[in-house]
Design a protein around this ligand. Sequence first.
Ligand code: HEC
Ligand code: HEC
Length: 148
Amino acid sequence: MKTKLTASLLLALAFSVGALSQNIATTRDAAINIEPDPPKIPRVDNSDVKRKRAYPMQPPTIPHKIDNYQVDLNANKCMSCHSRRQTPDSQAPMVSVTHYMDRDGNFLADISSRRYFCNQCHVVQLDVKPQLNNEFVDIDELLRSARD
Ligand code: HEC
Ligand code: HEC
């Protein structure tokens, strides 16, 4: 038993040394065997100002707080403002037509189950600096540079 334990410990050690020796691309900013202080939880940007999308077909980020918005079997708080029916009252942007489509491209009367859990794709905007620079060039910019 004891030798088995020592052997597995040695194995685990060999693995971690192996991982250390590789220069793994990471935004972790610390060696794998060091536990850095976690960054502060950033403030949610509740400004209602929409951000530019960073790549085509990106689910837009959420420009408002979503604390305590219930999304479960019984209720979908998001749809109480964003559904086709509610937008005249809420003045929120309507979910796009893709949210009403099933996987065969049929249009449904209500939100598709594939789009029910909004936070699978949409995230709130945070007051943070991006960790990596985005080098994406959109098509308008590409065409403009081709013309010059
Ligand atoms: C009380 C009404 C209300 C509720 C509830 C609500 N929203 Fe919104 N949402 C808005 C309004 C109004 C806007 C337009 C921008 C603004 O005023 O913040 C918006 C903007 C957005 C946008 C940006 C759309 C774009 O084109 O850029 C997304 C994404 C979004 N909401 C997702 C959500 C999600 C996900 C939830 C649930 C967790 C939710 N919203 C709940 C009212 C609401
Ligand atoms: C599987 C991923 C996914 C889920 C789940 C999802 N969305 Fe989206 N959403 C997207 C994508 C991608 C776009 C942008 C392209 C498009 O309109 O399809 C989008 C666009 C939007 C927009 C902007 C529409 C426009 O015309 O600009 C709103 C508002 C929105 N979603 C709200 C919601 C809400 C509310 C829910 C939950 C009921 C939800 N989404 C669930 C992926 C998703």
